[in-house]
Design a binder for this molecule. Structure first.
Ligand code: R5P
Length: 296
């Protein structure tokens, strides 16, 4: 168990520590859910924008132990996070930062000479004003090693999978990278799993095929960590429709839905899209608040 609540604050016995949740703009509902589970109040905070777009934050009440919830996506939320951390640092003795969706996580190494490692740079900036950090399903586990403060990786796969109990016969990963996630989800649901594999037919033609399963007439959920442009999901849906799958559900932890990706996915034949509330949207049918609460 991650001990971020084993606070450094030394208080005389009987005097309660003023632990409060500071909800960044990205996660108002998630913060509310977490506050309810933990029975911790949400601090009164102002977040405003100056006419030139610069961010301004102010904490309107005393906080000794701050639990800040904010995504590092999109860019404006990053600055807001840094300012919330700074404001908290000026009064709190302890700051735990929860980042439901760790934006910039996909540039987690140097792919080509001369690149920045964004996931590492972000970690160095966040840890300046934090005593601990927790990320929900970081894109790669080694991202956690970029932090030199206590860090915890929360896996919401089982929570997401629970939604599909009794609804599907098979879990499918759109690529090999998501196969272990599909396996874990299938275990929760109590069904089969499979993943799409790429086969190169020629220099320019690539075919994707399910590794072993037949999906005809079966109810399927395609699961991945992120839906961004939706391209990965669209390709998988097409294959499943061609193979005459019955109901096709689409699920992910972090739903970015760039360029109306959600509409495209539904038009392609998905019956329902289900995401967690790491990025809050109309598809956030499952909350990660319970998983986060286990840390405290
Ligand atoms: C890739 O490594 C990720 O797991 C997702 O498959 C990817 O980010 C999805 O991107 P898109 O929706 O743009 O295909």
């Amino acid at each position: 168990m991650f001990s971020i609540s084993k606070t450094k604050i030394k208080k005389e016995e009987g005097i309660p520590i003023m632990k409060k949740i500071i909800a960044g703009s990205s996660s108002p509902m998630l913060a509310k859910n977490l506050a309810k589970i933990l029975n911790v109040p949400i601090a009164n905070v102002s977040v405003k924008r100056f006419p030139d777009g610069e961010c301004y934050v102010r904490l309107h009440e005393e906080v000794e132990h701050a639990i800040i919830i904010q995504n590092t996506y999109p860019d404006e939320n990053i600055i807001e996070l840094f300012l919330l951390q700074d404001a908290a640092r000026r009064m709190a003795n302890r700051i735990d930062v929860i980042i439901p969706y760790y934006g910039y996580g996909r540039q987690d190494k140097i792919f080509e000479y001369g690149e920045a490692i964004s996931a590492e740079k972000m970690a160095r900036l966040i840890e300046q004003d934090a005593d601990s950090v927790a990320l929900v399903n970081p894109h790669k586990q080694h991202i956690m090693n970029f932090f030199s403060i206590p860090s915890h990786s929360i896996d919401a796969t089982e929570t997401l999978a629970s939604y599909f109990k009794g609804k599907v016969d098979i879990v499918v990963a759109p690529d090999k990278g998501a196969a272990s996630m599909a396996a874990k989800a299938a275990q929760v649901i109590g069904c089969d799993y499979d993943y799409f594999e790429k086969h190169r037919i020629s220099g320019s033609v690539v075919e994707t095929k399910l590794k072993k399963m037949d999906v005809a007439g079966r109810n399927v959920v395609i699961i991945d960590d992120i839906i961004s442009t939706g391209g990965t999901m669209l390709q998988a849906i097409k294959q499943l429709v061609d193979q005459e799958a019955n109901n096709i559900y689409v699920a992910c932890i972090h739903g970015l839905f760039i360029g109306n990706a959600d509409d495209k996915i539904l038009q392609e034949g998905a019956k329902e899209i289900v995401t967690t509330d790491t990025i809050e949207s109309a598809y956030s049918r499952v909350s990660v608040a319970g998983e986060i609460a286990k840390l405290f």
